[in-house]
Design a protein around this ligand. Structure first.
Ligand code: ZN
Length: 176
């Protein structure tokens, strides 16, 4: 297990278009280790999602913590890797919600996201799968997939008025 260094905003890797991963590369030991290290780094930093460019690897891989029972917020979290994820928006509904990012530490802001999505992706064995998501997991997947295109959550904010440090978030914003 390795904990990797997380790139912070300003590092050019966060603004690059990450490259697609060939299905044959996914099964290779080096890529399997990257998936595990990404998951370990996410856990260490108490994130709910992490994208490979955030650990200086410009490839289309993200990991997301998801409840085993999507209906039950108390159910155990499992870490799901998505390789070459592609998002299709399933709902016209847009929801604004708070987001943070390990690459923009100590900050939060309100970001509009599609309420429901379908994600098509390779799994860690290189197999294609599909998953429909709504609500918070849909938000996390959209945030992480944006990282693969060099997009950060602040780019998606309608206005920077809600951009806040965590301390001020707790004091002034954490009411709704
Ligand atoms: Zn992020």
């Amino acid at each position: 297990m390795s904990i990797l260094k997380v790139a912070r905003i300003g590092h050019p890797v966060l603004r690059q278009q990450a490259r697609r991963v060939e299905p044959t590369e996914i099964r290779q030991a080096a890529f399997q280790k990257l998936i595990d290290d990404l998951a370990d780094t996410m856990n260490e930093d108490h994130g709910i999602g992490l994208a490979a460019p955030q650990v200086h690897e410009s490839v289309r891989l993200v990991v997301v913590g998801m409840h085993k029972d999507p209906e039950d917020d108390e159910s155990e979290l499992r870490i799901v890797p998505f390789v070459n994820p592609e998002i299709e928006v399933l709902s016209k509904e847009i929801i604004e919600g708070w987001e943070g990012c390990l690459s923009i530490p100590e900050m939060r802001g309100r970001v509009p996201r599609a309420a429901a999505i379908r994600v098509r992706s390779h799994d860690r064995r290189g197999k294609l799968f599909e998953m429909d998501l709504e609500g918070y997991p849909a938000r996390v997947l959209q945030h992480e997939t944006d990282h693969l295109d060099g997009v950060l959550f602040i780019d998606r904010m309608r206005s920077l008025d809600t951009l806040t440090y965590l301390e001020e978030f707790a004091r002034y914003w954490n009411k709704d």
